[in-house]
Design a binder for this molecule. Structure first.
Ligand code: FAD
Ligand code: PYC
Length: 419
């Protein structure tokens, strides 16, 4: 498929008949070279996007992307695909809005349909405190030039007729807000699209290649030790959500990060009935309906630290109770699959992007429960930071040293439902 990206109806029919046997691989599986100009560790969305933008924006094509398993099966392949840029602080608005704008042109840029669906992201309020907070956020978001609107009950009823707006419910809905450009995108397609486009520009994607250590000499990184041998590079970018502290420890420093399980689930497929995305930070659930018809939903993190990719039953129970409270119409729908991922959370619920105490070694982590939406923007600014050796201006506020300077960016409210 890679060589000829214009498909005719005849080639589609031919491929359908031979069960894909003769399809060319979408990206190569090369042997590792002894050295590269840069190595990216982690084949999730963030690593793949970084490798792509290194090649595309900075002409650095002698790059290895090193992934311990198959690409895209970490959090990138486990998330609920919500995309939005409705964050409170200016620093966050800048990076999430850059990301949303890149998402808006991504299918064309990658020549790969990432199935972006800007169906709107609704946050609902259940009491006066919620509504004050929602209004404060709408105003802050608009001051940053980003779309955001308050919603009346009548507008909510019209947008989501199946939402329970009865004043007699346990936590009655009394209003909400919407970011109309928010929505969902196809998570696998984002990973695959970036992978194919990065490979096209010369990046070596090395799957099943686990980084087991870093070679550091005189405070400067020289390369990575892997299960396939040593690979040298003067610049190394690490984007291994869920395992950031593990790799930081191998490089000899600690990160202010906690790793928690976050789970999600999907129902049996239904006919199209729910055409937006809804979040309630109070009854604690968020839902959307996938293009396959499944209801996709999630709630909060498990409170304990863990590296097990599953979640605990009590979160599941609360999530389903909240979903049925908001949508009594779904009370008989069967749930089909449940899974978990491991998210790395910083004390201020904002990411870390940039330099580390080791020269030439850069980290991109701490996206917590909200890093799918930021993949394009994060990859763009991280690639710049690695290429130039200095932070991109949008990445600068997210440097690791904010935990010593005290310039924190508290986005716990924007993470809302999830933590
Ligand atoms: P990952 O996709 O996890 O990729 C990291 C990669 O690093 C993995 O493939 C892993 O195998 C690899 N790796 C680890 N250690 C090594 C090593 N030693 N050597 C080589 N490779 C290594 N965000 C949103 O914006 N919207 C949502 O709706 C949303 N929902 C979520 C729902 C759930 C259930 C979960 C778990 C997360 C959700 N998120 C959401 C968060 C989002 O998924 C993550 O922030 C994002 O996917 C992180 O991407 P990544 O590329 O950094 O990490
Ligand atoms: O960040 O929008 C988000 C999100 C939704 C579900 C999990 N994270």
């Amino acid at each position: 498929m890679k060589k000829n990206k214009r498909y005719s109806i005849f080639s589609l029919l031919r491929n359908a008949r031979n069960y894909h046997e003769n399809w060319a691989e979408a990206w190569r599986s090369p042997e590792p070279k002894p050295s590269y100009d840069a190595i990216i560790v982690g084949g999730g969305g963030h690593g793949l996007a970084t490798a792509y933008y290194l090649a595309k924006e900075h002409g650095i094509t002698n790059v290895a992307l090193v992934e311990k398993g198959p690409i895209g099966l970490g959090n990138t392949g486990r998330n609920t695909t919500v995309i939005r840029s409705n964050y409170l602080w200016d620093e966050s608005a800048a990076i999430y809005e850059l990301s949303l704008k890149l998402f808006e042109g991504l299918s064309q840029d990658l020549n790969f349909n990432v199935m972006l669906s800007q169906r709107g992201l609704i946050s609902i309020g259940h009491n006066q405190h919620d509504m004050r907070e929602i209004r404060r956020r709408v105003n802050a978001i608009r001051l940053n030039g980003i779309d955001s609107e308050m919603l009346s009950m009548a507008e909510l009823r019209e947008l989501v007729p199946i939402l329970n707006l009865s004043p007699n419910s346990r936590y009655p809905v009394i209003g909400g807000s919407i970011q109309r450009r928010g929505g969902i995108a196809r998570h696998d397609a984002v990973a695959w699209g970036y992978a194919r486009a990065a490979d096209d520009r010369g990046v070596d994607i090395l799957q099943h290649t686990e980084v087991t250590g870093f070679r550091i000499q005189g405070g400067r990184v020289e390369g990575v030790e892997t299960n396939r041998g040593f690979i040298a590079a003067p610049k190394i970018g690490v984007a291994v959500a869920g395992h950031s502290s593990v790799l930081a420890e191998k490089a000899g420093f600690r990160l202010p990060i906690e790793s928690h399980p976050l789970q999600a689930l999907v129902s049996e497929p239904l006919k199209p009935i729910f055409h937006t995305v809804i979040m309630s930070a109070t009854v604690h659930v968020y839902l959307n309906q996938s293009d396959r018809g499944e209801l996709v939903m999630g709630a909060g993190i498990d409170a304990f630290n863990s590296y097990a990719q599953r979640g605990s039953p009590m979160i599941l129970e609360d999530m389903l109770a909240a979903a049925v409270e908001l949508f009594p119409i779904f009370s008989r729908v069967k749930m089909m699959r449940q899974w978990g991922g491991i998210v790395d959370i910083c004390p201020d619920a904002s990411p870390i992007i940039g330099k580390t105490p080791v020269a030439g070694l850069y980290f991109n982590c701490g996206w917590g429960t909200g890093g799918f939406k930021s993949i394009p923007g994060s990859g763009f600014v991280f690639a710049h930071t690695i290429a130039q050796g200095e932070p991109h201006e949008i990445a600068a506020p997210f440097a690791l040293d904010r935990f010593t300077s005290g310039a924190l960016i508290d986005e716990h409210g924007a993470a809302g439902v999830a933590h």
